[in-house]
Ligand binder design. Structure first.
Ligand SMILES: [Zn+2]
Length: 483
């Protein structure tokens, strides 16, 4: 049956229709911002996030507990177990989302007590030398002593020829490049000395590898860090020297002195252990089966307190959940806060998380990590498709008001990295890493200086607010349009 409009009736219907369309548009403009846009609502929400974290944030106190009550927490250690329990309890106390443990098998390496090391110049007296075994190194099986040969890179080692390094120690002394503006890039440029130095030394007959600490700072603290062996090459011990000692030893060798270094390290590799990623899951209101992950790593090296690396990222990630909950926000996508285990010597937490996600075919629309220290945030590093990168870059002006407008392409984080490789739902997640000021990070990194006292409360909180703002903005995006 057909319905015939009277003219008045038609006008009324048309007016109603226009009103309805206007209302629908207003609603969609409010609920779903244009792709990559920055709405008035975003301005007000990001302002509220900063007020909440800077005024009432609890991340600094969380960091104090993690650093002072638990302390360093290398994978496999009882302290890592304690950190996992603490993480679960702290996330539960936030009062939103389900908290669970995801089992992860981790390596269990131990330094085996403080190392003993000494220096002997031109056959003189033994002088004590401060070293830190590199993580994963074998022990020395008692005392070991030999002459030091200094190298800038592996190519110099190759030029030794047949005689090789027999009975001597290789000392890799290339400093982090002072001309690079980003300290992380300078670290990356010197990193292979630490990760492969022992293999290269052994390949040329050396009895051990010494490595200049990876820091721009000239001080007396050795910095540890991961290294690996090659199945084909004999395993020799490896240790870091402070930059002050590295400079002195290299100077003595250059002046023609005979410099010998002795080492006694009791490092041990035990059987693997079962530990866990800690996950808090807050179900999304619109897309419960699409995931946004935010996290950092709960494990740390066994010296210092793992305050910047990565206690800061852990407490900032917890603060994301606490802040959004306190503000009455309800995420559209399911939000997962993940406290990853074992980033430092294996990344088994990140790998296990991505594998489980792939088994379930979970679509991770976005993943965010804070693992570059607790210093003042400057921006974000984006690892995404062109469309994803453009969507984040469209927030530049808004974010710049908070000092975090430095948006550039780059790695987003080691823990979330495997999500890119696995692409659990066959789609690349939009990955973002918090990018704090990098200049002092390596002063502390993996050393006795990485303690709570060296994290600045306000800078840590600014980072937490920047991390929360990014998670909020990513939750506002429409991922169907991002393909
Ligand atoms: Zn880290």
């Amino acid at each position: 049956m057909r319905y015939k409009f009277e003219r008045m009736e038609f006008l009324c219907v048309r007016a109603l229709l226009l009103l309805f369309m206007a209302a629908a548009f207003a609603m969609s403009a409010q609920d779903v911002p244009p792709l990559g846009g920055w709405s008035e609502e975003d301005s007000s929400m990001v302002a509220r996030i900063h007020e909440q974290v800077l005024g009432k944030g609890e991340c600094y106190e969380d960091l104090r507990v993690l650093c002072k009550d638990i302390g360093p927490r290398l994978s496999g250690s009882p302290e890592a177990d304690a950190a996992i329990l603490w993480g679960g309890k702290t996330l539960q106390e936030v009062g939103v989302g389900d908290v669970r443990m995801q089992p992860v098998v981790v390596p269990h390496w131990e330094r085996g007590g403080p190392e003993r090391a000494w220096l002997r110049v031109d056959g003189g007296e033994m002088e004590p030398l401060r070293v830190a075994a590199l993580g994963g190194s074998v022990g020395t099986q008692g005392d070991l002593e030999g002459e030091v040969v200094v190298f800038r890179d592996f190519a110099e080692l190759d030029s030794l020829g047949e005689a090789g390094l027999a009975g001597r120690l290789a000392f890799f002394n290339r400093p982090m490049d002072p001309l690079m503006i980003n300290a992380g890039s300078a670290y990356g440029g010197a990193y292979e000395q630490r990760s492969k130095g022992a293999v290269e030394a052994a390949r040329h007959g050396g009895m051990a590898a010494l490595v200049r600490s990876l820091t721009h700072a000239m001080d007396t603290f050795p910095h540890t860090g991961g290294m690996r062996y090659d199945e084909e090459v004999v395993q020799v011990p490896a240790a870091a020297l402070s930059t002050v000692d590295a400079r002195r030893i290299a100077g003595l060798v250059q002046e023609g002195h005979e410099v010998r270094v002795g080492l006694n390290m009791g490092c041990m590799l035990h059987d693997d252990k079962s530990q866990a990623n800690v996950i808090a899951e807050w179900t999304g209101s619109e897309y419960p089966d699409r995931y946004i992950v935010v996290g950092g790593h709960l494990d740390s090296w066994d010296i210092g307190e793992g305050a910047h690396d990565d206690g800061a990222g852990i407490v900032q990630s917890i603060e994301v959940l606490r802040t959004l909950h306190a503000l009455g926000y309800r995420p559209r996508h399911t939000l997962r806060v993940v406290l990853f285990i074992n980033e430092e010597n294996g990344n088994n937490g990140g790998k296990t998380y991505a594998l489980r996600a792939r088994e379930k075919g979970e679509w991770h629309v976005a993943a965010v990590e804070s693992d570059a220290g607790g210093d003042a945030p400057r921006g974000y590093s984006i690892d995404a498709t062109d469309a994803g990168t453009a969507a984040v870059r469209a927030w530049k002006e808004g974010l710049s008001q908070y000092g975090v407008g430095d948006l550039r392409r780059g790695g987003a984080g080691v823990d979330i990295g495997p999500l890119k490789k696995e692409e659990p739902a066959g789609k690349r997640p939009l990955m973002v890493g918090l990018r704090p000021n990098s200049q002092r990070y390596f002063d502390y990194h993996h050393s006795d200086r990485d303690v709570f006292e060296n994290v600045h409360e306000r800078e840590l909180k600014l980072g937490a607010a920047a991390l929360t703002s990014m998670v909020y903005l990513l939750d506002r995006l429409n991922y169907d349009d991002l393909d």
